[in-house]
Design a protein around this ligand. Structure first.
Ligand code: FEO
Length: 386
């Protein structure tokens, strides 16, 4: 695949992976992107996961057409991109690694060497001429790890964006960008909104026509759409007006309450209602939905004096990814001593910019007239926010 004159895609599709980064389901696989830039000098941009190093090296060799690479640009040291560094450097003994000082420190940790004598440490704004093309390095710390940098090729108006603008799904996946890019963003980079904002400011000064991320498709049309979503996500702003109801239920009574609430919200004209069962549905999707919408209802059972484990897991994901600036409502169930709301609120009180509703719901076992009336009041209060 030709990206631009002299820029060739040499990445791989992974359809074997069970969990990306040990936790994210990837029903449509994963792509590890790598690129070869051919000019008077030749640069290879990043590598791939350990299970695909041989396939990647084969593709690099074909793209090189008998030439040898002068530079191996390592923008990010996470092993889904860096596993093949040693194999690459063994195969191409003339090549020099171009990376940040943080990346070389990580090479020492992973491979026991900083490739002394074959390394070029680069900093913010530093350039590397390949001939007609010149690479400019843009530091992007914590997008997603601290050593990360982007690379800009002004001649072709191509931005190599490391993990940013990536998504779950192999390149041959027949699916849109937004959903799996959002799930990827909030799962992988979501905590680092300020860092993403900082690098977006730098990118805004560049003339970019093509974005080459390390995962997912190469973006070459309607870039404003993708950059706009990254602005929204990294600023923790609301993307879509609507209510997410995240629940757990043991015997179905809390589920019945959630279904009643969802029905009433729809009746009252809520623009969008999303319901997710935290014990059965993908929690990364639930996290993505929580960040996407403006209202979150947490519905769960009292459990061991606190609240249900899968709700703990979900709130812990929100905490990890700096969930903020949203409205939260609680629905608790407790047969003899309801304590779930108190337990959940103790954690959400630590989040930034959270507003609470007045009409939370308490169920004592099964729904009754009193709890149905509470659900009605909560639905009315939430619907009035749109
Ligand atoms: Fe795709 Fe942060 O590695």
């Amino acid at each position: 695949m030709q990206i631009a004159d002299g820029i060739v895609y040499v990445g791989v599709d992974d359809h074997e992976l069970d969990l990306f980064e040990g936790q994210y389901i990837v029903p449509n696989g994963m792509a590890y992107n790598s690129y070869v830039i051919l000019d008077e000098k030749v640069a290879v941009m990043d590598g791939v996961d350990q299970n695909f190093v041989d396939e990647w090296l084969g593709k690099v060799e074909v793209a090189l057409g008998g030439r040898t690479p002068d530079y191996f640009v390592v923008q990010h040291m996470e092993p889904d991109h860096s596993a093949g560094i040693t194999a690459f450097m063994d195969k191409y003994p003339e090549a020099v690694i171009v990376a940040t000082v943080g990346a070389f420190n990580m090479m020492q940790n992973y491979f026991g060497t900083k490739f002394q004598g074959r390394n070029m440490v680069v900093k913010e704004g530093q350039t590397l001429s390949l001939g007609a093309k010149e690479l400019t390095f843009i530091m992007a710390p914590n997008v997603h790890w601290p050593e990360v940098m982007f690379t800009y090729d002004a001649a072709d108006k191509v931005l190599f964006s490391a993990d940013a603008f990536g998504k779950f799904g192999a390149l041959d996946a027949d699916e849109g960008w937004d959903c799996e890019a959002r799930r990827y963003y909030f799962g992988i980079v979501g905590k680092f909104g300020k860092n993403v904002q900082a690098v977006l400011k730098k990118v805004a000064k560049l003339d970019v026509e093509v974005i080459c991320p390390l995962h997912g498709p190469i973006l070459s049309e309607d870039l404003g759409h993708y950059i706009g979503l990254y602005q929204t996500w990294s600023a923790y702003e609301v993307e879509t007006q609507g209510v997410v109801i995240a629940y757990t239920s043991v015997y179905g009574h809390t589920k019945a309450a959630v279904e009643l609430l969802a029905e009433k919200l729809k009746e009252k004209g809520c623009p969008r209602v999303v319901v997710t069962d935290l014990a059965r549905d993908d929690q990364a999707e639930a996290v993505e939905d929580a960040f996407r919408h403006n209202i979150l209802v947490l519905a769960t059972t009292t459990y061991c004096g606190g609240f249900f484990p899968t709700m703990h897991e979900f709130i812990s994901h929100l905490e990890d990814h700096d969930y903020q600036k949203r409205t939260i409502a609680f629905v608790e169930n407790g047969s003899w001593m309801p304590a779930a709301t108190k337990g959940m609120k103790a954690i959400t009180d630590t989040f930034t910019g959270i507003e609470y509703v007045e009409n939370n719901v308490t169920i004592r076992g099964a729904l009754n007239d009193a709890s149905r009336a509470q659900i009605d009041a909560l639905a009315a209060e939430l619907a009035a926010k749109f």
